[in-house]
Ligand binder design. Sequence first.
Ligand code: NI
Length: 242
Amino acid sequence: MQLALSTWLEVEAYLARSDGVILPTGSTEQHGPIGLIGTDTLCADDIAKQAATIAGGLVVPPLAYTPAPFNMAFPGTLSVSVDTFGQLAREVVEGLVHHGFRHIYVLNGHGANVAPMKQILAEQTVPCRLKSWWDFEAVNELRREWYGDWEGMHATPSEIAMTQANHRVVKGDCLPPPQKLTEAFMRDHAGDRHGPPLEHREQFPDGRVGSHSSLARPEHGKHLFNAAAQAIADDYLTFLQH
Ligand code: NI
């Protein structure tokens, strides 16, 4: 069930049988030469909707404007500050609690959201759970099998494959592999801790950060999407027992 496609009467009826809700969080930022600007939001939102269908849950509209300052040198990226994102997320979560939701499940698709979101959820008095779609073993098995190290950190073939399956394929099968990342780089830049925009673009001129986006296939995307939705539906149902 989707909040945006429901009437208030339907939401009231839902609340009479469940107090669980799923809030997707993504980003609006460049995802390399063949990745859509909305990739993170589309992945989280699509998976959340499918998980809700499986688990009988309710999905609210995604938080799509989030912090991605390091990508502002690429046209189309729209970044908001951590404070603005935090304030918006906080007020949305508080609104849900106000209406009687008591199990808030955040499904994330963008690394830079994790730290601020954790902090906001820790302030709440109702049970909250934060998961990113790549937190689940069933998903990671597929990512390892198909892409190995070429999954990389940004504009990953797995996220692009899911948008190919659910939205559109941008031609670009022949992109050369990106520069390989060192282990030290991956450790130091986890959670999207990247430098200033111009420096970031200079370092990664086409926007890919260690990810060989051209390995993405819509068929992969369908499998990844289904594996993620099933894993998250199961996790959501376990969370409701809390
Ligand atoms: Ni992404």
